[in-house]
Design a protein around this ligand. Structure first.
Ligand code: DGY
Length: 318
């Protein structure tokens, strides 16, 4: 008998067809009554596939037959691992295939914030370009500056490579462990957290969200940053205290910020919107056609392996 899979993200027709080959598939209809659909699907589901909707204890308690959650993301901070382990539910994710794409976006944010791309683009389109720009509109150099990476995992290292080899930047990093091979490759220097904040012209956040990294960057840390530094966040919104960030941007302590993630998503209104020195993207680190396709493939593969008797290629637990 085919097992039941509940899909809570958009899936291409090809991927839907592939899933239907092995499973009874229910697709969430975003236009319908979401709660009613969950109430209907969860008790029957053996597998869940998708991204962005946290399934907490209350919902998972309804999912008595659940064997696997296959998230189409590398991040899994929205799941309570100890509860999944207690229930024997596997969690699989999609690392690696999005590394370079997310690094591209991190560097795009860094460049856009430094060279004030959205601000100047809006200025031109508003018809204000009647004379050469004034020094008040100049940006900051990127090449040759100091790049501080908080969290030198795969994505952090890929961003550091762009900085080192593309822009001749000096790379500093801080994290839970030293990375001798990357130090060698990138000439990167490990330093203390406060030291990195004080020395970097650009601080890029690439740490996973956990209790230890919640509000890692708050008032104290922003004050420690080099005056006029630029902060880039491609990790998770709650890594930064957004109220403190707004203050630091308003006061000029930070020159600019490039953000892909926010404390609350989707970001519908925010004091950030009034700040021309912030680049705001809608959590699109991995959102290219090629990479989303690769992530969906991997998530399907993980789900199929888990439900058809194999081992997922990327398991987060147990
Ligand atoms: C990820 O893969 O974790 C991206 O941030 C999408 O959530």
């Amino acid at each position: 008998m085919k097992k039941n899979v509940f899909v809570f993200s958009r899936l291409s027709p090809e991927h839907q067809q592939r899933l239907r080959h092995n499973f009874n598939v229910t697709l969430l209809d975003p236009a319908g009554d979401i709660d009613a659909q969950y109430a209907e699907a969860l008790p029957k589901a053996h597998g869940l596939l998708g991204v962005g909707r946290p399934f907490g204890r209350a919902q998972l308690a309804q999912a008595g037959q659940l064997e696997v959650i296959s998230t189409i993301s590398v991040g899994y901070d929205n799941y309570e691992l100890s509860y999944l382990n207690e229930r024997g539910i596997l969690l699989a994710n999609t690392p690696d295939v999005l590394t370079e794409t997310t690094a591209d976006l991190g560097f795009t944010l860094l460049m856009a914030a430094a060279r004030r791309v959205p601000e100047l683009d809006a200025w031109v389109k508003a018809g204000h370009w009647q004379a050469p720009v004034s020094p008040a509109q100049f940006g900051s150099d990127v090449h040759g500056k100091t790049l501080g990476i908080l969290g030198l995992g795969n994505i952090g290292a890929a961003i550091a490579r762009r900085g080192r080899f593309g822009f001749n930047m000096e790379v500093l990093y801080h994290g839970n462990s030293r990375k001798p091979a990357l130090e060698q490759e990138l000439g990167a220097r490990y330093c203390g957290f406060d030291e990195l904040l004080g020395e970097a012209d650009f601080v890029v956040l690439v740490v996973p969200l956990s209790a230890a990294t919640h509000h890692l960057i708050g008032r104290r840390e922003l004050a420690l940053m080099k005056p006029g530094a630029i902060l880039v966040n491609v990790a998770r919104g709650p890594v930064v205290d957004e109220v403190a960030l707004v203050e630091a941007l308003q006061s000029g302590q930070l020159r600019a910020a490039g953000l892909d993630v926010y404390e609350k998503e989707p970001l519908r209104e925010s004091p950030l919107f009034a700040l021309p020195n912030v680049v705001t993207l809608p959590h699109v680190g991995s959102a290219t056609h090629e990479t989303r396709q690769a992530m969906a493939e991997l998530a399907l593969d993980n789900l199929e392996r888990a439900l058809l008797g194999g081992t997922p290629r990327h398991m987060v637990n147990p």
